[in-house]
Design a protein around this ligand. Structure first.
Ligand code: CFM
Length: 471
């Protein structure tokens, strides 16, 4: 029976339905872990909230848009500055965040006036910025503030501005995944179709589900430029608000993160008939396959082959240098969901690395289908894992390196296991050919760095080799 009850879960045996150990010869369809379900009482989830999924992951990436968070100040602070998605607008999005800073009296008497004042103040302070996202949060949704009515009033008084309202309070779903969904659907229904883009190529795409983490979007943009493909909109890496209002004019939707943005690709197909093509942008083999698929769609295969050959000539020797040294490394991935299936096979094929444990905060059934199909036997697959489970799994699989976020990363560092930031990266970009060399370098540096081992040394009553050398 490949569903696993860990020792630390003996008082919450329901957790066994969320932890799967892949076994050779089993029919995996019988054993998918339960996912996208409410966290079980008694387990301390690492999930984010639905508002966070909308603001931190998708909306907050835009380069020319004020992010107005209608709620207490903490909702703004906790969804700001933990991710690195630079822009060519002076990193505007990473510098600022706005909050209506709700206090008890606004909860009691209503916060609409305060929101209107805050919106006007923000536009007055930032005269070059004419676009805004307004988000509800748990308290403002509960008291029923009508943020759309306020936005409408401001837009009628300021005809040069445009405001998008995202009504997705933290409690709207079981995790941040719900926020992705709400933002996708509201955006297509309210904003797409409002702007006509200038078409400069016979080949046009939207590149969907890439948030320019440490320059991913900008690196891939160099490929699209060389292929002669015009990207109408990036959803939402380094993107401008109006770019995203013209998504209806692309011939093809190329999807990287299907979890956070598959919804808008599906709606663009339904409402505008634009086909959807899913690719993986991490890893040499996958990136090459993705470029081949896009080029085949447009009948420009030779351009794709030329680009792939050039990139391989430039970067493959560097990748192989790391591959030689990383061969056989055991890796764990504890992130949101999609990176599990994007990475497990690419690190195996391109670097000889074996992924021994994976935990997804908010993946859905389709994410587990993908990752289990691509992953190896003997690997643990966990939905909504908690810290105690992580510790126990570490004992079971003994990973050499863990790709996760800074919070869990701090914990594993205390166990003297190297960690690489699997969300915002250590030294990215990680997408594309050059990016995967960066990932390999960060993995190698983490593994080879002696500091973690030295930090574990008890030097009471003794001397380290460095102290001796210094004498
Ligand atoms: Fe998509 Fe993302 Fe991810 Fe994600 Fe995230 Fe992320 Fe992630 Mo952190 S959009 S689902 S909600 S690939 S922030 S850039 S790394 S958990 S696996």
């Amino acid at each position: 029976m490949p569903m696993v009850l860990l020792e630390c879960d003996k008082d919450i045996p329901e957790r066994s339905k969320h932890i799967y150990l892949k076994v050779e010869g089993e029919d995996q369809r019988d054993f998918l872990p339960i996912s996208n379900a409410a966290t079980i009482p008694g387990t301390l989830s690492e999930r984010g909230c639905a508002f966070c999924g909308a603001k931190l992951v998708i909306g907050g990436v835009l380069k020319d848009t004020i992010q107005m968070i209608h709620g207490p100040i903490g909702c703004a602070y906790d969804t700001w500055h933990t991710k690195r998605y630079p822009t060519d607008n002076g990193h505007f999005n990473m510098k600022y965040v706005w909050s209506t800073d709700m206090k008890e009296s606004h909860i009691v008497f209503g916060g609409e006036k305060r929101l209107e004042k805050s919106i006007n103040e923000a536009f007055d302070e930032m005269p070059d910025i004419k676009r805004m996202f307004v988000y509800t949060t748990c308290p403002t949704a509960l008291i029923g503030d009508d943020i759309k009515a306020v936005a409408k009033k401001v837009m009628s008084e300021r005809p040069d501005v445009d405001i998008f309202c995202c009504e997705c309070p933290g409690f709207a779903g079981v995790s941040q995944s719900k926020g992705h969904h709400v933002l996708n659907i509201n955006w297509i229904n309210e904003k797409v179709g409002a702007v006509e883009p200038e078409i400069t190529s016979d080949y046009t795409i939207n590149f969907i589900g890439d948030y320019n983490i440490q320059g991913d979007t900008q690196l891939l943009q160099t490929y699209w430029d060389r292929l002669g493909i015009q990207v109408i909109a990036h959803f939402t890496g380094n993107a401008a608000y109006d770019e995203l209002r013209s998504m209806h004019k692309a011939q093809l939707n190329v999807v990287n993160c299907a979890r956070s943005a598959g919804y808008i690709a599906n709606e663009l197909k339904k409402q505008y008939g634009i086909p959807r093509l899913d690719i993986d942008s991490w890893g040499f083999s996958y990136m090459a396959e993705g470029i081949r698929k896009v080029c085949a769609f447009f009948g420009i295969e030779e351009r794709g082959e030329k680009l792939i050959a050039e990139e391989y000539a430039k970067w493959k020797p560097q990748l192989d240098w790391y591959k030689e040294r990383l061969q056989g490394t055991k890796m764990a991935i504890w992130t949101g969901g999609p990176r599990l299936w994007h990475w497990t096979k690419s690190v195996e094929d391109d670097l000889g690395v074996q992924v021994v444990a994976m935990s997804s905060k908010f993946g859905h059934q389709e994410d587990f289908e993908k990752v289990i199909a691509r992953g190896q036997a003997g690997t643990y697959y966990i939905d909504d894992g908690n810290e105690l489970e992580f510790f126990e799994i570490i004992d079971l699989v003994k990973p050499d390196v863990i790709f996760t976020g800074p919070r869990v990363g701090e914990l594993v560092k205390k166990l003297h296991i190297p960690y690489v930031n699997g969300h915002a990266y250590h030294n990215g970009p990680y997408m594309g050919f050059e990016g995967f060399v960066n990932l390999a370098r960060d993995m190698y540096n983490a593994k080879a760095n002696p500091l973690l081992k030295l930090a574990a040394k008890d030097i009471r009553g003794g001397k380290t080799q460095f102290m001796e050398a210094a004498e």
